[in-house]
Design a protein around this ligand. Structure first.
Ligand SMILES: [Zn+2]
Length: 385
């Protein structure tokens, strides 16, 4: 089965659609849990399927360093290596190089860096990032882009955007050469892999529009909006998304990288975005920060020590069906590993349920009323500030 996308319902600028990949279909708008090392921290793939995850995101930088894409390719690719049969999206590794690696320098060739693990020297080029993802065999691969620091001056943002476009051309050429079997020494483990281009341009609308048009001219199976959710005000992020999506083709999926809060997801869907990933639900879960229909809960708070109610009375997840707030607080307070597991199950359920409600609302033509009600529920005083 090959890659395809079709919009099945439109409601204002919000779209509901179906994305087909070699490892199955994804109903959009979709949220992708982050499985950095080939697993979502604290839970098994069985749990992930039980909470309704349709697709997993995995990080190329980490898998390249350990256990290595050659080792994974020899196991038949990432799906077989980790035992996950549904779709996988991999990032390019660029973001982690920019945020984690030591002593990195960037030039036209690519990013030169030292591993944060053992100090070994590496170079990640647009071609190398494409090769690694071909060996991993993800269903959706990302081009290597330059991650601009925020805030940035317009001239720096323009130069970075232009380099990202040159890198995108190189990545596309490599992707097509790999598809044609013209790159010896690289074992492509998923012949149906799709490649996404990435729109950059900082917080400058003209640059965003130019980047989007030129990325579309190169031609990709899908398009991502990168470089947002990096510290700019929410309204600026929403505005950049709103300026970008009209420049992207209607018949290709749109992925807002790294965002965000539940309200970010709803607002981006309203501006025409189809796909999301974020570490927020899983990382916050491990820190005891829980999203509920009544506001955010910090489970370590002493006020929950003898609270026998479920975490979220409106939630049907395993955690909410079986555990009291008092028990969850106890597990967190003593550092029990179950705290991470139970909290992660709940937070992911909250995110995936939110996306399910969004999809239903779009299908029934009442996304605007859903958005309004969602905003009102958030504006109520949070349980823990
Ligand atoms: Zn729950």
């Amino acid at each position: 089965m090959s890659f395809a996308f079709r919009v099945t319902h439109a409601n204002g600028r919000a779209r509901r659609g179906q994305l087909s990949t070699p490892h199955g279909d994804i109903e959009t708008p979709a949220f992708m849990p982050v499985g950095t090392q080939g697993a979502v921290k604290g839970i098994t793939h069985r749990d992930l399927e039980a909470v309704g995850a349709q697709v997993l995101l995995s990080n190329t930088y980490h898998l390249y360093l350990r256990p290595g894409d050659d080792l994974i390719a020899r196991r038949g690719g990432l799906h077989r290596f980790i035992g996950w049969t549904k779709p996988i999206l991999t990032d390019s590794g660029g973001y982690q190089v920019f945020s984690l690696a030591a002593r990195r320098t960037i030039d036209e060739e690519g990013a030169h860096f030292r591993s944060h693990l053992d100090g070994s020297a590496h170079t990640l080029t647009p071609e190398k990032a494409t090769d690694i993802q071909a060996q991993l065999g993800s269903d959706m691969a990302m081009v290597l882009d330059e991650c601009l620091a925020h805030p940035a001056e317009p001239a720096a943002a323009r130069a970075s955007m232009a380099r990202t476009l040159r890198w995108a051309c190189r990545a596309r050429d490599r992707f097509l050469a790999l598809r044609d079997g013209l790159v010896p020494g690289v074992a492509s483990t998923n012949p149906g892999q799709a490649q996404f281009g990435i729109v950059q341009g900082g917080v400058f609308p003209e640059l965003r529009e130019e980047s989007a048009r030129q990325t579309v001219d190169i031609g990709f199976e899908g398009y991502a909006i990168g470089g947002l959710s990096v510290g700019e005000p929410n309204e600026v992020m929403y505005d950049m998304v709103a300026r970008t999506t009209p420049c992207l083709p209607e018949d290709r999926p749109r992925y807002l990288m790294g965002a965000g809060t539940p309200e970010d997801l709803v607002e981006a869907v309203a501006r025409g975005v189809d796909m999301f990933d974020c570490v927020l639900p899983t990382r916050n879960a491990r820190n005891g920060q829980l999203f509920t229909s009544e506001g955010r809960i910090n489970i370590k708070n002493v006020r929950y020590a003898e609270d026998d109610r479920p975490l979220d009375p409106a939630c049907q997840c395993y955690t909410c069906r079986t555990c009291s707030r008092a028990y969850l607080r106890h597990l967190f307070a003593v550092g029990e590993i179950n705290a991470s597991t139970l909290n992660t199950l709940h937070n992911l359920t909250f995110y995936l349920d939110t996306l399910r409600r969004i999809r239903d609302a779009i299908a029934f033509g009442r996304f605007e009323s859903f958005r309004l009600a969602f905003r009102q529920s958030l504006s109520r005083q949070p349980l823990d500030s």
